[in-house]
Design a protein around this ligand. Structure first.
Ligand code: SF4
Ligand code: SF4
Length: 402
């Protein structure tokens, strides 16, 4: 039989490690000062709207689908608020036991640990929005002037109050996800249910005493406080097991109150999973077609053309280049389908993270074009990525040149 408490604590440890690793290894960070979105090794620029849109929608639908199917399992098993609240309660209990002979020390010792833990956790949380080394510099300089410094101080204070005073009360009073879950769940959502057709319950109330949310699941499986942690299931199994009663006990996970034996695949879930697959595919496609060096070329039509003293006709163009990689890069320009024309431009070198805007001219001998407008292409290729781009353009010549 599954021991949900043990499973939950193992998942809590894994989640805690993931929570630490994600921002420090650039797996996920919405870097506000740099205007970058780090997503599983990709450094996305804020103007890469398509990818960021698909990434956000994908993450949002993961939450929605998980809530519809698994109910508040996220709260009980994955939520950092739950993990740290339970950890702070455990630390407080452990200190009380260890300092039984000097109880006056237990309170200050706990608040000192909570303060140190709050600084560390707040630092990790803010690192999801500010680069960690940059944040460490601000912390060491006790920066309280910039937005990042003020945010760090406010989050530290809130974390300390949360883990020393509020704890799981937050889940039932302020957590928006808890209210959202109430709207997303339906008759097939996973829940924790008490069922006692054989009148086996011995009224020991161990399930109530062990419930972190202090509720009695026997009253209803739909109580908003229930975070589906499964602690009451373990409690009932333990008590009835000791009394040699049939197991599993009277409380169990169930797909809806009708206790469907398997995951019910109804139309709503199929649609939600399809939407999730759609956004995952869009995200995959957007990431796989992404180029590390952004190249944009457009005509500058503030003047249609310029007649040079050298007898050539000049058209002006603009370029925007951005090196979104960690390596130096260069962009080469060339012309196609414009015989006799020349483009006087050296390769543009770009340092990692550098953006460059500029303009250049293409010239063609006067009278060499038969038409007012000649269609041609500007081609670019990047080094070292070797990605080629083609930009269809028009060259405008004076009509009297005919
Ligand atoms: S009722 Fe059971 S599943 Fe719900 S919060 Fe309490 S212990 Fe966890
Ligand atoms: S732990 Fe089981 S037997 Fe005890 S009160 Fe709860 S449901 Fe009844």
């Amino acid at each position: 039989m599954v021991n949900w408490h043990r499973l939950r604590k193992r998942i809590h440890l894994i989640c805690f490690l993931i929570f630490l690793v994600l921002p420090f290894f650039n797996v996920i960070r919405f870097d506000i000062p740099r205007q970058r979105f780090y997503f599983f090794g990709y450094e996305l620029w804020i103007n890469e709207f398509g990818i960021i849109f698909f990434a956000m929608m994908f993450l949002m639908f993961v939450v929605v689908v998980a809530s519809v199917i698994l109910g508040r399992v996220y709260c009980g098993y994955l939520c950092p608020q739950m993990i740290f609240s339970e950890a702070s309660t455990a630390v407080q209990g452990w200190l009380r036991k260890r300092l039984k002979k000097r109880p006056a020390l237990a309170g200050p010792a706990f608040y000192a640990i909570a303060a140190a833990g709050s600084v560390f956790l707040a630092f990790t949380f803010v690192a999801y929005f500010v680069e960690p080394r940059d944040l460490a510099r601000r912390l060491l300089a006790t920066d309280l002037r910039t937005a990042a410094g003020v945010s760090g101080a406010v989050v530290t204070l809130l974390t300390f109050l949360d883990f020393s005073v509020l704890r799981l009360r937050f889940c039932t009073t302020a957590c928006p996800y808890g209210y959202l879950q109430g709207m997303l769940s339906d008759g097939n959502t996973l829940l924790v249910e008490y069922r006692d057709e054989g009148h086996t319950c011995i009224e020991c109330k161990k399930c109530v005493r062990d419930c972190p949310m202090c509720i009695d699941i026997r009253h209803s499986p739909f109580q908003i406080e229930c975070v589906h942690c499964g602690e009451c299931i373990d409690s009932c199994n333990a008590i009835l097991g000791r009394l040699k009663k049939p197991l599993p006990g009277l409380i169990h996970y169930s797909w809806g109150v009708e206790d469907k034996p398997r995951f019910p695949f109804d139309a709503k879930r199929v649609v939600l999973l399809l939407v999730l697959v759609f956004y995952a595919t869009g995200l995959f496609a957007a990431l796989s077609t992404r180029h590390a060096v952004l190249v944009r070329v457009s005509p500058d039509r503030s003047t249609l053309y310029r007649a040079g003293a050298d007898g050539r006709i000049y058209n002006k163009f603009r370029y925007t280049l951005a090196n979104r990689s960690h390596k130096p890069a260069a962009v080469l320009f060339s012309l196609e389908h414009l015989p006799g024309a020349s483009l006087a431009m050296d390769p543009v070198a770009l340092q990692p993270g550098q953006s460059v805007e500029g303009e250049f001219e293409i010239s063609s001998p006067a009278g060499s074009r038969g038409d007012l407008v000649t269609h041609f292409e500007i081609r670019t290729s990047t080094i070292p990525e070797q990605v080629a781009d083609t930009f269809p353009m028009t060259f405008i010549s004076p009509t009297e040149a005919k």
